[in-house]
Design a protein around this ligand. Structure first.
Ligand SMILES: [Zn+2]
Length: 252
């Protein structure tokens, strides 16, 4: 785990000013008028998050459609107004929304598309029965969710062998992220992606090469397994020998 939380200094004075200007403009979040501000925020967060998604910690590519900005407190209302004040976990995707925090940089995290989609409008304010404050709260206890600027990732989520997500010491925040973002399903998702990637590889070395970008997060075991599935006639010993050669080449 190469960073614990996003430091406040990730939001430079320049980014803060850009977002203040965006907040007072009448244009919605999706307006292209905010594109420059969002691009600046994305590149700053990508650097401070070491290229990883705030919730699943997989590497995210700096390309359209891969990298998204999550509103930690959702920006718009959704669902049945009768459920908006409920603290029942099942009803938390129904929310009054927090339009006042749409352009607050500390409410914005960089995530992968999958985590952003799974989280959706999930409302992580601890006590939703109370009226929302007009200022953005920077107290970790205000959120029933791992807040990327306020909470240390390893204190709430432990990654075992790169793919198994566990709530650290039963952390409620960690459990919530694992459950809502379905991080328990990621191992299967990544395995499938690896299988698709190597489907047309005709040689073992080629298949290993195609999977190298997954190594940092998922480790060599997954790669060895997937390569063996693709080339069932090859022995695991032989596959590991080829992998060792890649490791040597990568450290040169
Ligand atoms: Zn993610």
């Amino acid at each position: 785990m190469d960073y614990e939380m996003v430091p406040f200094e990730a939001i430079s004075a320049e980014i803060a000013l850009d977002f203040e200007a965006a907040a007072v403009s009448v244009r919605p979040w999706s307006s292209t008028a905010h594109a420059a501000a969002k691009t600046k925020l994305k590149s700053a967060l990508l650097a401070f998050q070491k290229g990883r998604c705030a919730y699943c910690r997989r590497f995210i590519r700096d390309e359209v459609g891969h990298l998204e900005i999550d509103h930690i407190l959702p920006k718009a209302s959704f669902g049945d107004p009768l459920d908006w004040g409920s603290n029942d976990n099942e009803l938390r995707k129904s929310t009054a929304g927090y339009p006042a925090f749409t352009f607050v940089p500390f409410n914005l995290a960089l995530t992968c598309k999958r985590c952003n989609n799974k989280k959706g409008t999930y409302d992580c304010r601890v006590d939703r029965s109370a009226a929302a404050s007009s200022f953005y709260n920077l107290d970790s206890q205000f959120y029933s969710w791992l807040h990327p600027y306020l909470d240390s990732y390893p204190e709430h989520i432990t990654l075992v062998e790169g793919m198994i997500y566990q709530a650290t010491l039963g952390s409620a925040k960690g459990s919530r992220v694992i459950e809502v973002c379905r991080l328990d399903k990621l191992a299967a998702v990544e395995r499938l992606a690896a299988q698709v990637k190597t489907k047309n590889a005709r040689a073992i070395g080629k298949a290993i090469g195609l999977l190298l970008e997954m190594v940092d997060h998922y480790g060599w075991d997954l790669i060895a397994d997937v390569v063996q599935e693709r080339f069932p006639e090859a022995s695991m010993d032989y596959i590991w020998k080829r992998i060792e050669a890649f490791k040597v080449a990568m450290t040169d």
